[in-house]
Design a protein around this ligand. Structure first.
Ligand code: BGC
Length: 265
């Protein structure tokens, strides 16, 4: 597919699947089908990059590509690897992807930051104002902080220690599955975590995303935290859309002050 001015490609690397699509950057909608390939095991940088290249090839796309990873990304280098192979740490993801995708603009950013950017741009209007904490509940808990719609990148609230445990080990949706918690039981866990985040960061709203936000009516009404909790609108489409936005906004490697919207990753 030829590069269009308002089209982009985003790829979201998750613990179980790697998903990509062509995105209409004016609407945040996918153009055509989403392509999903299972995450290779082990999910080493080269194995994942090869899958990203397969997806981009399948999308028939030769323009800029944005990739969202479950890692802290500073100057295009992965700094952490909580739910992905440890060999990512220290990897220059731009160089890695350039080897697999050829010379083209490539943007790399944290998966929750990507999803948050998309929710702010195309989701509930409340997310655009105030001090908003966006959270994704999946294999881990991802976070993205926004002040008046501008991202403060690479926050890692999933690893905030609560009673000596990572927040994501208490209340991710993977924990709900592993411990076979009911929505009520899990909502209580999420509530505890949100109270702690609220106590420390005092946001004006939380936006909650990830696949489980599709069932928001089963757990969001049970939360007691004294801040509006808004279910995300784009759900698990958000990571792909945000990655495509980052590529389009020229979040280029080794640049400390790229596209305004992504807050200088
Ligand atoms: C990682 C974050 C990521 C989140 C969601 C956490 O374990 O540390 O970087 O955003 O999972 O994938």
């Amino acid at each position: 597919m030829a590069e269009g001015t308002n089209l982009g490609v985003g790829v979201d690397v998750g613990g179980s699947g790697i998903k990509g699509a062509v995105v209409d950057l004016d609407t945040g909608e996918f153009v055509g089908e989403r392509v999903k390939i299972l995450t290779p095991k082990p999910a080493t940088p080269d194995a994942v990059a090869a899958v990203v290249a397969d997806i981009v090839r399948e999308l028939d796309w030769d323009g800029p590509v944005g990739v969202a990873l479950p890692s802290v990304i500073k100057h295009q280098v992965a700094q952490t690897a909580a739910n992905i192979d440890k060999s990512w740490i220290g990897t220059n993801v731009h160089d890695l992807l350039s080897r697999h995708l050829g010379a083209r603009p490539i943007a790399v950013l944290n998966d929750a930051d990507a999803a948050g950017l998309a929710e702010v741009a195309f989701g509930e209007p409340e997310a655009q104002n105030g001090a908003v904490i966006f959270l994704t509940f999946g294999t881990g808990i991802g976070s993205a902080f926004f002040a008046e719609g501008r991202l403060f990148p690479n926050t890692e609230l999933g690893h905030l220690l609560i009673d000596g445990r990572d927040a994501e080990h208490i209340a991710s949706s993977a924990v709900k599955d592993a411990e076979e918690l009911s929505y009520s039981q899990w909502a209580e866990r999420v509530d505890g975590v949100l109270h702690e985040f609220d106590r420390l960061f005092n946001p004006t709203a939380f936006v909650v995303g990830g696949g489980i936000s599709r069932k928001a009516d089963k757990w969001v009404p049970k939360l007691t935290v004294d801040v509006p909790v808004i279910p995300a609108k784009l759900r698990n489409r958000a990571g792909i859309v945000g990655a495509a936005m980052a590529a389009h906004d020229h979040v280029t490697p080794n640049t400390s002050a790229p596209g305004r919207r992504v807050g200088g990753i």
